[in-house]
Write a protein that binds this ligand. Structure first.
Ligand code: HGY
Ligand code: MN
Ligand code: MN
Length: 416
């Protein structure tokens, strides 16, 4: 690779500008971003992204689940494109970088190659994957999961949000139910740039995380059926209180994660009392749980111990508890050759780096089940993410995009 190309750097100010320009779509008063998938705010950023891709000379198409692809031609179009990208949707109290950095970082790579007049041998395709967050519709990484065949498109289109709106209806409401069949766009490999969403890189003063693995994920939908009765006249021993049952299950969940840890984490992120009333003993509750480990055997132990604890608490409180495992994503081991390519790019660019496991799930984790995939991490402030305080530096974001670009150049090859 020529010296000029090996020293090629992305335009840091342009990337930083794009990140902060798009943060206005769904901006919250606390400086975060609320851009739930397939919402009007998501439509705004998608429209912005489509225009930016077209302005960069990319051929844009949208698939039946709304995932967006921008293809940059290479000299040899018989070769499959190298894929780069991430997601543009956020959590309800999300930040400016989760997903956005990887999608706009991919756009910045294209813009830089255009400015430098570099033609790659193989094409490059950037992607915005629908509903990575899984907050409005389950599961997380939904569209890339359908892309790799973990779920049928029909199943995903029928998934409903808390208001009973289906994915299909939401896609139609923002005009992003694309014509392309899911899976049509093929890739030779996929590299995703993302903030770490954890404290390790910052704590160790490392600029780049070379992600070689990712935690497995267990998502449960739970239901507790107790018995509604008068808050005043029902004697304590006769109560079948769904909320107290839930409280015991939540504490049991924490105990199991601590016992099986440190390679085990778990939380109960949602709980809704049906027909809540101050002076009625809660009779029915719906709730969800998210448990993770990078070790499949620990995941199985979490499931076993959680079910046993729930059954024991249910019997003691004379209530019914059901746990439905709605999503099991095994641990990810990224493609060793691709991980090496990321590491080589970080070394060649002189960035401090270390290998790291991703605590969060990502679209690259799904893609890795059918093609070589890998990830590039950069630090985020205090390791905070899925929080409006999420923050990163311009220098680190640019470093991540530079590693992404040089990894892509190594994989796609430079024609001229
Ligand atoms: O849940 C996850 O790991 C991802 O951030 N959606
Ligand atoms: Mn993300
Ligand atoms: Mn996220």
């Amino acid at each position: 690779m020529s010296r000029a190309i090996s020293n090629l750097q992305i335009d840091s100010a342009r990337l930083w500008g794009a990140i902060h320009e798009t943060a206005k779509f769904g901006a919250t008063a606390k400086g975060g971003v609320r851009r739930l998938t397939l919402s009007q705010e998501d439509k705004q950023v998608r429209d912005w992204f489509r225009r930016a891709c077209e302005d960069a000379g990319l051929e844009v198409h949208v698939d039946a689940l709304g995932s967006m692809f921008g293809l940059r031609k290479g000299r040899d179009m018989s070769k499959l494109p190298v894929g780069i990208g991430s997601h543009l949707d956020t959590q309800p109290t999300g930040g400016k970088y989760d997903g956005i950095l990887g999608t706009l970082g991919a756009l910045e790579v294209i813009r830089t190659l255009n400015d430098a007049g570099i033609e790659t041998d193989a094409p490059i395709c950037i992607a915005n994957w629908t509903n990575e967050e899984g907050s409005r519709f389950a599961p997380a990484m939904m569209a890339s999961a359908a892309y790799v065949g973990d779920f049928t498109v029909e199943d995903i289109l029928s998934r409903k949000d808390a208001d009973g709106v289906t994915v299909a209806e939401a896609l139609d409401s923002i005009g992003y139910r694309g014509a392309t069949k899911v899976g049509t766009q093929k890739f030779s490999s996929f590299i995703e740039l993302h903030i770490e969403q954890g404290p390790i890189l910052e704590a160790e003063g490392k600029t780049i995380g070379v992600v070689d693995s990712g935690q497995g994920v267990l998502w449960y939908d739970g239901k507790i059926i107790g018995f509604e009765s008068h808050a005043g006249s029902t004697p304590m021993p006769l109560r079948r209180d769904a909320l107290l049952t839930l409280s015991e299950i939540a504490l049991a969940l924490e105990k199991i994660a601590l016992k099986l840890g440190p390679n085990a984490v778990a939380t109960m992120g949602e709980a809704v009392i049906k027909n809540p009333s101050r002076n009625v003993i809660p009779g029915e509750i719906g709730f969800t749980m998210d448990c993770r480990s990078s070790d499949a055997a620990i995941m199985d132990a979490i499931d076993r111990e959680l079910r046993a604890a729930a059954a024991e608490i249910a019997a003691k409180r004379k209530v019914e508890v059901t746990l439905d495992l709605v999503w099991r994503k095994p641990p990810t081991h990224f493609d060793p050759k691709l991980v090496d390519a990321v590491e080589n790019a970080a070394s060649a660019l002189g960035y401090s780096h270390r290998r790291i496991t991703s605590g969060a799930g990502h679209d690259a984790c799904n893609l890795n089940t059918i093609m070589p995939a890998a990830m590039v991490f950069v630090p985020c402030k205090d390791g905070i993410s899925h929080n409006e305080l999420e923050d990163a530096t311009q220098v680190d974001c640019a470093a991540g995009a530079n590693v992404l670009m040089h990894t892509v150049l190594a994989l796609a090859g430079v024609a001229s």
